[in-house]
Write a protein that binds this ligand. Structure first.
Ligand code: NDP
Length: 450
């Protein structure tokens, strides 16, 4: 029955391969869950959960500094609101299309359920590329984007946040326009600046969370980060704070990347070098190749599509934290990592490993934390930001970090226990899918056919 459903999804939306990929993984995990819970089957929960509650697509016209008129496409996928208002980030990247956002929104539903905070799933964004644009161009784009989006969102309806290409600068412009149009101050976006309702630790949360999740996985084998060599990909928000937390917990990060190439620094990326990367990426908006100019001990390798693998994953290491984008680890990369002795993969990015790669990790008993569990710390802390906004209060750094840490421990436990319960101990993919699905499915059952 699930194979039939999968084929139907492919036929209905043939041009959405990333969505098919995300759905296939969940449907595979659900076989064992549905065996134990036939009530989900008869209520057609699988058929209902793969269909977005609502999809919004809109024109985003804006004007460049030189007067040229540009037109981008905006999206918001409101996937599932069974357990709370739609919640999920906005991605601004030229690769954005409906299929990619549907995959992200679908993953978000299960991820949000695992956080233990009542949040439904959504995702949105645009094919706008912030790279190379002036601050004023980014502002005009964000204002135009929000001029349509504002009528669909609200603090109890749909609460967007950041993702690739949407950081503090973009959230500020989006929030300003929402406030102007609605004439009200509400916590309608998360990831806000601290001075206007943002939560402490929100910028750090996804990276820190992926490292905390990895720590829990290591603990199941009596191990820790102490002395571990770690590969991190990306050099944006998630990569930066994963690097910081790994170093704090005794590991050594030796790689970072961007869409142009990767750097390898055998000596490790310490606090001073990370501060350079943060200034480079967050303020100067430069390329990671500049790291190797600044630190001559480091090696830069430019992207070469013809290689068929990503050289970043070929460096010898113990742990890996993919933190750039989807499908950045192919089967060859996964096999190389296993051959090189990698014991842990904790995904900061969403769906960074292709299905064959995931199978290689699982078959080789790698501690493999899939994104929907390992990177849930970001949205969990967004949930904490919503709570602080709702009570007009703000919590200390330590308070939020403690809550985040406990949430990651709880997510790990839910995924670990569910994997065991459904007969595949140590399989965090099955565990996360099953545990997240059951919460949403139970809420959908209780609410009838809506
Ligand atoms: P940023 O925009 O801050 O950073 C993204 C990084 O990934 C940049 O270094 C970017 O390089 C690189 N990158 C983006 N696209 C590609 C590509 N197609 N090929 C190679 N490199 C690429 O985004 P985030 O750090 O916020 O997001 C990274 C990942 O983490 C994404 O998968 C996102 O969905 C996921 N995530 C983020 C959360 C958050 O709270 N921010 C929460 C949960 C998951 P360049 O500068 O060249 O574009």
């Amino acid at each position: 029955m699930l194979e039939e459903l999968y084929q139907k999804i492919i036929q209905r939306d043939p041009s959405q391969p990333e969505f098919h990929q995300a759905v296939q993984e969940v449907l595979e995990s659900l076989e064992v869950v549905l065996e134990k819970h036939p009530e989900y089957r008869s209520a057609r929960i699988p058929e209902r959960i793969v269909e977005p509650e609502r999809v919004i697509m809109f024109r985003v016209p804006w004007v460049k500094d030189n007067g040229e008129i540009m037109v981008n496409r905006g999206f918001r996928i409101e996937m599932n609101s069974a357990i709370g208002p739609y919640k999920g980030g906005l991605r601004f990247h030229p690769s954005v299309n409906l299929g990619i956002l549907k995959f992200l929104a679908f993953e978000q539903v299960f991820k949000n359920a695992l956080t233990t905070i009542p949040m439904g799933g959504g995702k949105g964004g645009s094919d706008f590329d912030p790279k190379g644009k002036s601050d004023l161009e980014v502002m005009r784009f964000c204002q135009s984007f929000m001029s349509e989006l504002f009528r669909h969102i609200g603090p109890n309806t749909d609460i967007p946040a950041g993702d690739i290409g949407v950081g503090g600068r973009e959230i500020g412009f989006l929030f300003g326009q929402y406030k102007k149009l609605r004439n009200e101050w509400t916590g309608v976006l998360t990831g806000k600046g601290r001075e206007y309702g943002g939560s402490r630790i929100r910028p750090e949360a996804t990276g820190y969370g992926a490292v905390y999740f990895g720590e829990e996985m290591l603990k199941t084998r009596g191990d820790s980060y102490d002395g571990k060599i770690c590969l991190v990909s990306g050099s944006g928000n998630v990569a930066q704070y994963a690097t910081q937390k790994i170093a704090e917990l005794g590991g050594k990060v030796v790689t970072l990347s961007d869409s142009s190439g990767c750097i390898y620094d055998e000596e490790g990326i310490d606090a001073e070098k990370l501060a350079f990367v943060m200034d480079l990426k967050n303020n100067r908006r430069g390329r990671i190749s500049e790291y190797a100019d600044k630190y001559p001990g480091a090696v830069y390798t430019a992207v070469d599509e013809s290689l068929g693998y990503n050289p970043l994953w070929a460096y010898k290491a113990d742990c890996a934290f993919p933190s750039a984008t989807q499908n950045e680890i192919n089967a060859k990369d996964a096999q190389t990592m296993v051959n090189n002795g990698v014991i842990l993969v904790s995904e900061g990015a969403n769906m960074p490993t292709v299905p064959e790669g995931v199978n290689i990790f699982i078959d080789n008993k790698i501690l493999y934390g899939p994104g929907k569990a390992a990177n849930a710390g970001g949205v969990a802390t967004s949930g904490l930001e919503m709570a602080q906004n709702a009570i007009f209060s703000s919590w200390s750094r330590k308070e939020v970090d403690n809550k985040l840490h406990n949430i990651m421990i709880s997510i790990h436990k839910q995924a670990y226990d569910a994997a065991e319960y459904y007969g595949s101990p140590g399989n965090y993919v099955l565990g996360a899918n099953a545990a997240g699905f059951r919460k949403v499915a139970d809420a959908m059952l209780a609410q009838g056919v809506v």
